[in-house]
Design a binder for this molecule. Structure first.
Ligand SMILES: *Cc1c(COP(=O)(O)O)cnc(C)c1O
Length: 458
């Protein structure tokens, strides 16, 4: 059989409230043209994020009932710890309420003012947490990662030559850790190859610098290694994942992604002394080390999710549905980041709407138009999210790329939902010349995309 099916049946359903384009146009205006400010009942197909939006399995719901809510020493914690050790192989496991709490604890214990933290590309919360301790987040993506139309199997790779240069020019002492984001979320959901992970690890180890993985989508990255990298086509995905983490000193994780859970995260390391310091910070703001800001039931859901996410039938379906969406809209003439990544399809808004310059926010226009057209909620990953405004002069600097991310929640939408997405996107493509750009009417200094308000330009 050629057809790949969803490897699950549906036991519980959530109705979708149908709306018309006219209703959506007025809901959007009320929300200041920021789709983060819409109510989710007003969205038909929510591709805002794959974070915390997974459908849990019957096993996970059973785990929820088994959750033990003891303050200290809960068996749910020990099941969680065992799953993390089995899948990732790190000695010290510290639960947190989500990924960004793990990041804050990691950077607070490893970095200080003036430090540099290189990565392939820092995710927005990662960058913000590096900057919050006075350090500087440095993105060293390979050049092909910035060429949306260029098909390359591992566009998430870190540019090892530039890392070597940075260590020589800035001094090893200024670099307390290196990070790799698997897959590279902000750069198009593109995977990092095992060869690149190995090379970055060797360079870090030769200088005694710890390497940490931002492991949010480790299973998707592992499966893409299996599909695309020589020597891995018949290796079990769980084994590929273990090899990845064997090259690292620790990781941060958002269980809301490849944990198949609705909340949760952790920081893990092999450094017992570092973990001791991290647990002290944890107690201050997250909770006791055997729950870390989570309910026992959440720990159970994560422990089960971390194993389910490595199921190869699941991963085959997951990657196939993302690829299907990407290939169908690309075939209809919509420029996307090629090839489609692990969790999302990224429309190249700069190439799609060439009549709208970056500072008139073409990605924001694509996002609002897809909502009006088909009730689809995507997210801008361009100048709104990553551009910078000079606080003194008010001058705007555009981001390197103008992308729109359509992230597919895990195990949530079916093939006909994806067909509907394709139709709506192609219908908008037919009238794209008629739309103009947008401008900010309100913005905050930090993570402005969440709260900004906009106005369409004529
Ligand atoms: C989501 C995400 C995070 C942050 O995790 P939260 O659980 O949302 O706090 C960090 N890095 C990457 C790559 C992510 O996708």
């Amino acid at each position: 059989m050629k057809t790949i099916i969803e490897p699950f049946r549906i036991k519980v359903v959530e109705p979708i409230r149908m709306t018309t384009p006219e209703e959506r146009a007025s809901l959007l205006a009320e929300a200041g043209y920021n789709v983060f400010l819409l109510r989710s009942e007003d969205v038909l197909l929510d591709l805002l994020t794959d974070s915390g939006t997974s459908a849990m399995s019957a096993e996970q719901w059973a785990g929820i009932m088994r959750g033990d809510e003891s303050y200290a020493g809960s068996p749910s914690y020990y099941r969680f710890e065992e799953a993390v050790k089995e899948v990732f192989g790190f000695e010290q496991v510290i639960p947190t309420h989500q990924g960004r709490a793990a990041e804050r604890i990691l950077f607070e214990t490893l970095c200080g003012p003036g430090d540099l933290v290189p990565s392939n590309t820092h995710f927005d919360t990662t960058r913000a947490n590096v900057e919050a301790v006075g350090a500087q987040a440095v993105d060293l993506l390979v050049p092909e990662g910035l060429l949306p139309a260029e098909p390359h199997p591992f566009k998430g790779n870190l540019d090892v030559d530039r890392l070597r240069e940075l260590l020589e020019e800035e001094g090893v002492d200024r670099v307390p850790l290196v990070m790799l984001t698997l897959t590279n979320n902000s750069g198009g959901g593109q995977p990092v190859s095992m060869a690149n992970i190995r090379e970055v690890s060797q360079l870090c180890r030769s200088h005694g610098i710890p390497l940490y993985m931002d492991a949010c989508r480790f299973a998707e990255n592992s499966y893409l290694i299996r599909l695309r990298e020589e020597g891995y086509s018949d290796r079990p995905v769980a084994e590929i994942a273990r090899e990845i983490f064997s090259y690292a000193d620790g990781c941060t994780m958002s269980a809301k992604k490849d944990g198949l859970a609705n909340i949760g995260g952790f920081v893990a390391t092999n450094d017992a002394e570092l973990a001791r310091k991290q647990r002290n910070i944890l107690i201050l703001t997250e909770g006791f080390p055997t729950y870390g800001g989570l309910a026992g039931r959440d720990l159970e859901a994560i422990a089960i999710g971390l194993r389910e996410v490595l199921d190869e039938d699941y991963l085959e379906y997951r990657l196939a549905s993302v690829r299907y969406l990407g290939e169908r809209i690309a075939a209809g003439g919509v420029p996307i980041v090629q090839p489609p990544g692990g969790h999302a399809v990224y429309i190249d808004a700069a190439a799609f709407l060439p009549h709208i310059p970056p500072l008139e926010l073409p990605g924001q226009t694509v996002v609002t138009e897809l909502y009006i057209e088909g009730g689809i909620r995507g997210v801008e990953v361009g100048t709104v999210m990553f551009g910078r405004r000079d606080p003194k002069t008010g001058e705007e600097r555009p981001a390197p790329m103008e992308l729109v991310r359509l992230a597919l929640p895990r195990r949530v939408y079916t093939q006909s939902h994806v067909d509907f997405m394709v139709e709506a996107i192609l219908d908008f493509a037919d009238r794209k010349e008629s739309v103009g750009g947008d401008r900010f009417t309100y913005q905050e200094e930090v993570l402005r995309h969440f709260t900004a308000r906009f106005e369409p330009l004529d």
